[in-house]
Design a protein around this ligand. Structure first.
Ligand code: SAM
Length: 248
């Protein structure tokens, strides 16, 4: 089953412990620290709009792109309920095609780029982002660290048993290709109290900081800062989320 198809409908429930407000605060701190005037934002791999919708409410002009129609449909439903107007496009960011240029900021949050597993595709989306930004514009994104994918998630089984949704998550890490394959099995309670099972297989690439920096440089970025775990400090060996802040 494709990534983020049926999973889209329970994604928000399983992510309910993620502090998206704190995430937005951190992004706004970065913008302030970089001293860039940001009005328009292109968000790559925007998913169900957990950043897109609150950022729109803060009066940024946002367009979101995601490969999964199901994730975008959840975002559309939420936006409609909250009376928010969003521009959402279904697209593979490896072949990013967007016709507005001179953008103030491009964002990709919550490890969207780990899903881009080929060097050429990563360089392509970085180069296209460079092209779309205004001079001085910001490219802000995070990845799950190599340490997290290889050591914490890699070759481990994770699971959670909630009242309405349970899941099992079996991971295999290939340390030659630096790829993690995640076999996800979900059990979701239906209206009659019975559990429906569905499965998805996700694949992510574990990038080192140096690999990302090299791809950014090949793609034209020269001013690159790297932070660990929602701080303004360099990542530590055991940082799980690595943030990259690049100015065109
Ligand atoms: C972990 S979710 C993050 C969603 C959202 N950014 C958030 O913070 O909740 C990863 C997202 O990346 C999207 N994605 C994966 N590969 C993609 C690709 N090649 N092009 C566009 N989106 C992609 C998935 O559909 C999914 O919505």
């Amino acid at each position: 089953m494709e990534q983020y198809s049926d999973f889209a409908f329970i994604y928000d429930e399983l992510m309910n412990d993620v502090d998206y407000n704190g995430w937005i605060k951190y992004i706004e701190e970065i913008i302030e620290k970089e001293n860039v005037k940001v009005q328009n934002i292109l968000e790559l791999a925007c998913g169900t709009g957990n950043l897109t919708i609150p950022l729109t409410k803060k009066n940024y002009d946002i367009a979101g792109i995601d490969i999964s129609d199901q994730m975008l449909n959840v975002a559309r439903e939420k936006a409609e309920k909250e009376g928010v107007e969003l521009v959402l496009l279904q697209q593979d960011i490896a072949e990013l095609d967007f016709d507005v240029t001179n953008l103030d900021c491009i964002l990709c949050a919550c490890d969207g780029f780990n899903y881009i597993t080929y060097d050429d595709d990563l360089e392509n989306v970085f180069a296209k982002s460079h092209e779309l930004l205004k001079d001085g514009g910001l490219f802000i994104f995070d990845i799950s660290s190599h340490y997290k994918l290889s050591t914490i998630l890699g070759n481990n089984m994770h699971g959670e048993n909630r009242d309405d949704i349970s899941y099992l998550w079996q991971n295999y890490f290939d340390d030659e290709q630096n790829l993690i394959e995640m076999e996800l099995a979900f059990f979701v309670k239906d209206a009659n109290g019975k559990f429906d099972k569905f499965e998805e297989v996700h694949q992510q690439r574990a990038y080192t900081e140096d690999e990302i920096i090299e791809s950014l440089q090949i793609s034209g970025f020269t001013d690159i800062k790297v932070y660990g775990d929602f701080t303004f400090e360099k990542p530590k060996k055991d940082s799980e989320r690595i943030f990259f802040v690049c100015k065109k």
